[in-house]
Design a protein around this ligand. Structure first.
Ligand SMILES: *[C@@H]1O[C@H](CO)[C@@H](O)[C@H](O)[C@H]1NC(C)=O
Ligand SMILES: *[C@@H]1O[C@H](CO)[C@@H](O)[C@H](O)[C@H]1NC(C)=O
Ligand SMILES: *[C@@H]1O[C@H](CO)[C@@H](O)[C@H](O)[C@H]1NC(C)=O
Ligand SMILES: *[C@@H]1O[C@H](CO)[C@@H](O)[C@H](O)[C@H]1NC(C)=O
Ligand SMILES: *[C@@H]1O[C@H](CO)[C@@H](O)[C@H](O)[C@H]1NC(C)=O
Ligand SMILES: *[C@@H]1O[C@H](CO)[C@@H](O)[C@H](O)[C@H]1NC(C)=O
Length: 560
């Protein structure tokens, strides 16, 4: 530091000349929180050492903060990582697309909800670390369990976390948390989601004189500590809420006007001025203080983060890339199971099925399986199988999927409960085994069950019971009847030639058996339904009456 000129502004009661409504200049959003004259970076608690355990493992802790939604999705790529223990902690729920590496052991603190999506066929195990009330408690546990901690990273809304495989050298051996720029760690790459606009607004005016840069943190913003770096000699105005502290870093000559405390090297300078957050008042004070006619740049910061870092750049120098994230606190609500199955009575999926009323078994039921959105990731639901259960009966439930043309549209299925027609129970649990997949079927969760309960009542036929017969059923019955007729005729003829008995009675029973067959072969044709055993014994000595309703008992068995 060659010299620092720190001037204390003389407070003068300036007449409020509110005629200049355009204030300083027309503010515009700064995409990526970075442009030619200002770069804004979030700072969060973290640390980094060169620790490696005795068995050669690094120990990395990630604290994930989410500002949007109740759960988020991240990609976690450890394919290039050194052998490591990785511990996740978060108060919001995450789905993790894991690019795995068997040399990496993953831990999740008790209470952190994380679902790991794997390239199909991969492992999905994770270990549980104890619940930790604070970051220091978790650091302590990790240090005691693994012998030390290589890094602690607070990541706000990351989209991708990638291990580069680089090793830290010549670092302190204790991981003491301090504000840091997580992006500065070389062994991990954090790719944030696009920050929302309006965190940094700025404007720039060409002026002839010495540049004057004005930073304004409005009074309703949470920022309390700002580290400011300069790329050249500058005149600046740093204005913030009353208890803001600015730490000036670097060796350039700085002329400064501020209303807050300032840390210069190891020197804490108390606040001397008051400047409101109104641009018009700022403008007046700045122009008077610097005896200037214009302001070069004016920037407003609205980032909900206690620590930030600012770079104030010469507008001709190339900008420092910075990616800054929204900083709202992670919501603490717990993660609800992400899958839901709703039943509908019509194919337009508009009229939900009244689950307390009974569905006639010949009616179709339409099911929509939905999952909550995972931010920018669209997930597909893959239905592997469905079954119906009414203890002790379990039946596989065939289903048909409705066509879906876009990613992420709700999964829609059609069911028919005709197969339950003959079963005594009316209340059924419908369960489907589903997977959530990302990127078609590349990353899928393990199967989970999605369930619904419904009441089924048997179909009561109308006057024309077999009107709905398909061609194959008709052909099947016709052929069966023909076959049995042939067999019976043969049998009766055989009896006749062996015993000499007349055939009249036999022919009558043939007709009776045939009518039984055609009734029992007709799934909608029996007027009186009786509960029947689920597995009727084939050797049952069935009479014509008992065989009603059971296709398993055939006339030939009664002849035997
Ligand atoms: C994972 O990270 C490694 C190393 O950086 C990289 O080579 C690889 O392409 C990444 N994989 C994916 C799927 O992004
Ligand atoms: C997680 O915490 C709950 C209650 O806080 C406890 O019952 C459970 O045993 C813990 N699980 C593990 C694996 O530590
Ligand atoms: C870590 O760096 C320190 C210097 O700060 C050095 O003394 C120590 O040996 C290094 N440890 C490892 C494991 O490289
Ligand atoms: C303010 O600047 C003007 C020219 O820009 C100069 O004439 C004047 O002397 C300056 N006033 C002070 C107090 O420095
Ligand atoms: C800022 O963060 C605090 C918690 O740190 C939260 O209560 C508040 O709602 C946030 N404000 C905005 C505008 O996001
Ligand atoms: C997921 O499935 C795999 C293979 O079927 C199994 O080894 C693993 O334990 C399952 N994971 C969970 C969390 O159920």
């Amino acid at each position: 530091m060659r010299s620092i000129t720190f001037c204390i502004a003389v407070l003068l009661c300036l007449r409020a000349a509110a005629s200049d409504s355009s204030a300083i200049c027309e503010l515009q959003d700064v995409p990526g929180n970075s442009n030619d004259w200002i770069v804004l970076q979030e700072m969060s608690q973290g640390c980094w050492t060169n620790f490696t355990s005795l068995d050669g493992k690094e120990v990395h802790i990630f604290k994930l903060l989410s500002s949007r939604g109740r759960h988020s999705m991240i990609q976690f790529n450890v394919t290039a990582a050194n052998p490591s223990v990785v511990i996740f902690t978060s108060s919001s729920a995450y789905s993790v697309l894991l690019h795995d590496n068997p040399a990496v052991d993953i831990y999740v603190t008790n209470g952190t909800v994380m679902t790991f999506f794997q390239p199909t066929g991969g492992r999905q195990q994770k270990n549980v670390a104890p619940f930790a009330n604070s970051d220091s408690e978790l650091l302590k546990w990790a240090a005691e369990t693994f012998g030390g901690v290589t890094s602690f990273t607070t990541a706000q809304d990351p989209e991708t976390i990638t291990f580069t495989g680089m090793k830290g050298t010549q670092r302190p051996s204790m991981c003491d948390l301090r504000p840091e720029i997580p992006e500065n760690k070389q062994f991990i790459k954090l790719k944030p989601k696009d920050p929302p606009s309006a965190e940094l607004k700025s404007c720039y005016t060409k002026n002839s004189g010495e540049p004057i840069h004005v930073i304004n943190i409005p009074d309703d913003v949470k920022i309390r500590h700002v580290y400011v770096r300069f790329s050249s000699e500058s005149k600046v105005v740093l204005r913030g809420p009353a208890d803001t502290m600015w730490t000036i870093l670097g060796n350039h000559d700085i002329k400064l006007l501020t209303n807050n405390r300032v840390m210069l090297k190891d020197m804490l300078l108390p606040s001397k001025n008051t400047i409101s957050d109104d641009p018009r008042e700022i403008r007046q004070k700045v122009l008077f203080y610097y005896n200037s006619t214009s302001i070069t740049s004016y920037s407003e910061i609205r980032m909900n983060m206690s620590h930030i870092q600012l770079w104030i750049l010469d507008s001709t120098s190339s900008s420092v890339p910075a990616e800054v994230q929204p900083t709202t606190q992670a919501p603490s609500s717990s993660w609800v199971p992400p899958l839901n199955m709703q039943l509908f009575s019509s194919p337009d999926y508009r009229s939900p099925l009244d689950l307390s009323s009974k569905v006639q078994s010949d009616k179709r039921v339409y099911a929509e399986i939905t999952t909550e959105s995972f931010g920018d990731f669209s997930l597909n639901i893959k239905v592997t199988s469905c079954l119906v259960r009414s203890t002790p009966v379990v039946r596989n439930m065939p289903f048909k999927e409705e066509v879906c043309y876009t990613d992420g549209c709700p999964k829609r299925l059609r069911f028919s409960f005709e197969m339950l027609q003959d079963l005594p129970s009316s209340s059924w649990n419908l369960e489907c085994a589903v997977k959530l997949c990302y990127d078609s079927v590349k990353f899928c969760t393990n199967e989970t069950q999605v369930k619904s309960t419904l009441q089924v009542k048997p179909y009561i036929p109308n006057q024309n019971p077999c009107v709905q017969f398909g061609l194959s059923a008709v052909l099947g019955i016709a052929f069966g009847g023909f076959l049995i007729g042939v067999l019976l005729t043969g049998a009766l003829w055989f009896i006749k030639i062996r015993t000499g008995h007349p055939v009249a009675l036999g022919m009558r029973s043939t007709a009776a058996e045939l009518s039984v067959l055609s009734i029992s072969g007709c799934p909608c044709g029996v007027t009186k339904r009786q509960p029947v055993p689920t597995h009727p014994s084939p050797s049952e000595n069935s009479s014509a009456n008992a065989s009603i309703g059971s296709t398993q008992s055939t006339p030939t068995s009664s002849m035997a």
